[in-house]
Design a protein around this ligand. Structure first.
Ligand SMILES: [Zn+2]
Length: 264
């Protein structure tokens, strides 16, 4: 229902009309407010543009090998879909690892020992076939204990990556345990070695890839023994921001990295 102003119709200026000169103090205050809002909006747009340019510049400056070490492998991103060939070299214990990872791990393990700990490599590079054997053995072990094959597979996939979906196939992951306690369980986190590594690994370019409480993002349960080489800069950033590799890539490299993070 529309109500029309009667005799006082004229002074009621069109409410949404442009401010004319001589409209009174209230209108000029409105105009002032509008231009302040416009200035704030322009400043915000400028700020966003500067931020965007800064991130693009940062990515443009990122050398290709750094993108390589940030390559993402998780349950949603199999190794077969990425272009990455590890340059394998021998690492202590007769294991193989990518050259970048092996060199940094050598320094890290030496310093860890110098601090009085007893670190030991339990696993490093694994081929797809190695991963298949490992995965099948674990599924079989649970089936032997009475699990149905489906349930066994579901349980195993939380702890062990399915073949083609393990970072170990990149040569950039290491399983590190304490020589005196080699069990890959949550209790590994209580060893001196694990404590030293979780505090210092980032200085050498490693991150604890599957931290406690991050199963939603990473796809895997807590693995206090599993370390991933990402390079010193990225590891430092992830450590200080307290974020996973998935979150880091989404934040800085969603377009540029040779990887896609897509859970669908
Ligand atoms: Zn591992």
């Amino acid at each position: 229902m529309k109500t029309m102003p009667d005799s006082k119709a004229d002074p009621a200026a069109p409410p949404a009309g442009p401010a004319e000169s001589g409209e009174g103090f209230s209108s000029s205050r409105d105009t002032g407010r509008t231009s302040a809002t416009l200035r704030a909006a322009a400043l915000l747009v400028l700020l966003v543009l500067v931020l965007f340019a800064a991130v693009r510049f940062h990515m443009w400056q990122t050398p290709p090998e750094m993108k390589q070490q940030l390559v993402l492998v998780n349950p949603w991103n199999p190794v077969s879909e990425i272009a990455y060939t590890p340059k394998l070299t021998e690492i202590e214990g007769g294991f193989l690892a990518d050259k970048m990872c092996a060199e940094a791990a050598g320094r890290m393990l030496a310093d860890c020992r110098a601090a009085g700990c007893r670190p030991m490599i339990l696993s490093a590079y694994r081929s797809v076939d190695d991963q298949l054997v490992l995965y099948d053995e674990e599924v079989q072990r649970l089936v032997d204990r009475g699990f149905s094959p489906e349930l066994a597979e579901e349980e195993v996939s939380r702890k062990i990556a399915a073949p083609g979906r393990s970072e170990h196939e990149l040569g950039l992951a290491l399983d590190l345990v304490d020589e005196d306690f080699t069990e890959t369980s949550d209790r590994q986190a209580q060893t001196d070695t694990s404590r030293w590594l979780s505090e210092n690994a980032w200085r050498y370019g490693f991150i604890q890839r599957y931290p406690e409480g991050s199963e939603e993002e990473t796809g895997y349960a807590w693995h206090p023994w599993h370390y991933r080489y990402v390079g010193e800069g990225a590891a430092g950033n992830m450590h200080s921001l307290g974020i996973t590799l998935e979150e880091y890539i989404l934040m800085f490299y969603s377009e540029e990295a040779s990887v896609v993070y897509d859970k669908t």
